[in-house]
Design a protein around this ligand. Structure first.
Ligand SMILES: Nc1nc2c(c(=O)[nH]1)N=C([C@H](O)[C@@H](O)CO)CN2
Length: 126
């Protein structure tokens, strides 16, 4: 018999595209730019795998991302922390979580595909 306590579940949203106004420079906060957000969480799965209330609902992850992307910040570090904190608050049973944000074609000299800032969390009892 397999002990389900030994399973690790991953739930993620990848490449959530948003137009937003985060940027260190005032002109970035006026014009806005496209971002892409990734959230990945892991946890021990519930035995009832047909119950949306007993997992991490990725609709909730999407709501958190879209809500925090509307709060204009200077630094991407602040954005990833605010998303990560809300994910962990909502789902205290999570073992690990990663939130990454890409700023697409950031306004800098040269041709930059994207910049990327990520923050990770590991629970003390995982
Ligand atoms: N580590 C970071 N570096 C930079 C950020 C940031 O959010 N985190 N932001 C900027 C400017 O907003 C940039 O997008 C201008 O192109 C610069 N460096």
């Amino acid at each position: 018999m397999i002990d389900t306590q030994n399973y690790i579940q991953t739930v993620a949203l990848r490449d959530v595209k948003c137009y937003a106004f985060h940027g260190y420079y005032p002109e970035e906060q006026l014009t806005g730019i496209y971002f892409s957000v990734d959230v990945v969480v892991t946890f021990t799965p519930n035995t009832d795998t047909e119950n949306l209330e007993r997992t991490v609902n990725y609709e909730i992850l999407n709501n958190i991302i879209l809500g925090e992307m509307k709060n204009t910040r200077k630094m991407l570090e602040t954005v990833v922390k605010s998303i990560l904190d809300r994910v962990v608050d909502n789902y205290p049973f999570i073992h690990t979580a990663e939130v990454g944000i890409k700023k697409l074609n950031p306004p800098m000299p040269g041709e930059i595909g994207h910049s990327f800032v990520q923050l990770s969390y590991r629970s003390a009892n995982s």
